[in-house]
Design a protein around this ligand. Structure first.
Ligand SMILES: Cc1cc2nc3c(=O)[nH]c(=O)nc-3n(C[C@H](O)[C@H](O)[C@H](O)COP(=O)(O)OP(=O)(O)OC[C@H]3O[C@@H](n4cnc5c(N)ncnc54)[C@H](O)[C@@H]3O)c2cc1C
Length: 428
């Protein structure tokens, strides 16, 4: 006798914030069956990492797809589940004024921070809550294919397939390639023409004291440059492997960890591509590989003191005299980032850094380290057929992998939007 294929009203691929946002909204509405399929033991995206949650539009929201009213409304629902403890923000009026005088803008946003060491507990707690609301969660189960004509999702082990009424794909940035395959297979058009390229700055906290008043200061500079993902207290720079290169990134541990007196943050420039290189991922790969070629297969680092003098940094002198703190990403290669960063990008970022040094004097101390590359590629954004991120009847694509978000809370809000679409269709 053959086993019947298990059936769910809604199947969600990916248990990152986008998938969880959809699952919670559907579960709270009740009355239908939901399955989450997650290929890892624990969800792998930003919830799993530093987990800074931003609760102010437009941080994390691609403005082409979101307006302030809707994002703000959904962020209330996100906060209702995640129960953020907002960081206090004090004494920032002087920074706001200085930024405005220079033509930059310091965004005043609501933030909460969990910390890399506590994020796993948060995720386990969320999954448990979903299970108590009768959501089925299949961990270590990878979605490998879709037969949408027959509403069937193939997975990599028993039962081998599931049937659905509605399917939400939320595989995150790590699921780019898979999602792209799905889109090609289903005849869904997509674009991928944006990439963020920049450097990660590491300095002593005393050189960037704004973080004592504002945990992750978001500052917008001219020419599409912005600060991104600031980490302090117990902060480390890490490298992440992308197929042919490493990109740097930053982490910090929760306040339970011993502080190391360092801060790191990214200065990113957003680049929109047209023709003939119209793929952000392709451009990111070209730049990443260039940096790897120059730095022996590792990210590069340079002290600001050397950079200002147009000299490469060297291993022998990297920790001498004024260069009085050790890099947290010690495996990076001391070098000359200006050999690797395209001129237009470096010019705009350096100009923004000089502005930042006027807003928060001290950040360009000679000891400050510039790591390169930090590259954020974005999704192949599908052609959506409605405001619920539907790409075909009964099929939705959401989260960072589909270009509907660039951060935890916006990804979660994307999930809510898709769930609303499903509920509006009443095919549950
Ligand atoms: C190191 C790091 C730190 C970050 N820190 C922050 C931060 O502090 N604050 C912030 O706002 N944003 C942060 N981000 C960005 C944030 O992670 C994303 O915006 C957010 O997680 C996107 O949510 P998502 O649900 O779209 O994707 P993800 O969170 O990536 O989740 C996708 C999930 O789908 C699973 N999956 C993929 N393919 C399949 C498949 N075929 N079958 C089954 N499961 C699959 C993955 O394992 C993953 O768990 C960080 C990102 C990284 C990489």
């Amino acid at each position: 006798m053959t086993e019947k294929t298990p059936h769910f009203n809604t199947i969600i691929v990916g248990s990152g914030p986008a998938g969880l946002g959809a699952a919670f909204h559907l579960a709270v509405s009740g009355g239908h069956s939901v399955l989450i399929v997650e290929k890892k033991q624990v969800s792998s995206g930003g919830l799993r990492n530093d987990c800074k949650q931003n609760y102010t539009y437009p941080v994390g929201f691609p403005t082409a797809l979101w307006d302030e009213r809707e994002a703000t409304e959904l962020l209330i629902e996100v906060a209702g589940i995640l129960k953020p403890e907002y960081q206090s923000r004090t004494n920032i009026a002087r920074y706001v004024t200085r930024a405005a005088r220079l033509g930059a803008k310091l965004l005043e946003i609501r933030q909460a921070h969990v910390g890399t060491d506590k994020a796993v507990d948060l995720i386990h707690g969320l999954i448990e809550r979903l299970r108590r609301m009768d959501v089925t969660v299949a961990l270590q189960t990878e979605a490998i294919g879709i037969d949408h004509d027959n509403h069937r999702l193939w997975v990599n082990h028993a039962p081998g397939a599931y049937e659905y009424n509605n399917l939400i794909l939320a595989p995150g940035r790590g699921g780019f390639a898979w999602l792209q395959n799905c889109m090609s297979g289903l005849g869904i058009d997509y674009v991928d023409n944006v990439v963020d390229v920049g450097i990660r700055v590491e300095t002593r906290e005393r050189n960037y004291p704004i973080v004592r008043d504002y945990y992750d200061p978001k500052i917008l500079f001219p020419n599409g440059v912005r600060t991104f993902c600031t980490n302090s207290r117990a902060a480390y720079v890490v490298r992440e492997r992308y197929q042919t290169y490493y990109s740097v990134n930053g982490h910090s541990f929760s306040s339970a960890h011993e502080p190391n007196g360092l801060v790191n943050f990214a200065m990113l420039k957003t680049i929109g591509l047209t023709d003939p290189v119209a793929a952000g991922q392709q451009f990111g790969r070209i730049l990443g590989e260039m940096a790897m070629n120059l730095a022996g297969g590792k990210p590069m680092m340079q002290r600001v003191g050397d950079f200002r003098l147009g000299k490469r940094s060297k291993r022998e002198t990297f920790n001498e005299d004024l260069y009085d703190f050790a890099p947290t990403l010690a495996s990076a290669t001391p070098g000359d980032i200006s050999l690797a960063v395209p001129g237009k990008i470096l010019r705009d970022i350096w100009r923004a850094l000089k502005m930042l040094d006027t807003i928060v004097p001290g950040v360009l101390h000679p000891s400050t380290i510039l790591y390169y590359p930090e590259i954020k590629t974005y999704a192949n954004r599908p052609a959506f057929i409605d405001e619920y991120f539907r790409v075909k009847n009964d099929l939705y694509m959401i989260g960072d992998g589909a270009g509907t978000s660039r951060g935890i809370t916006a990804a979660w809000a994307s999930g809510i939007r898709a769930a609303k679409g499903i509920l509006a269709e009443r095919k549950v």
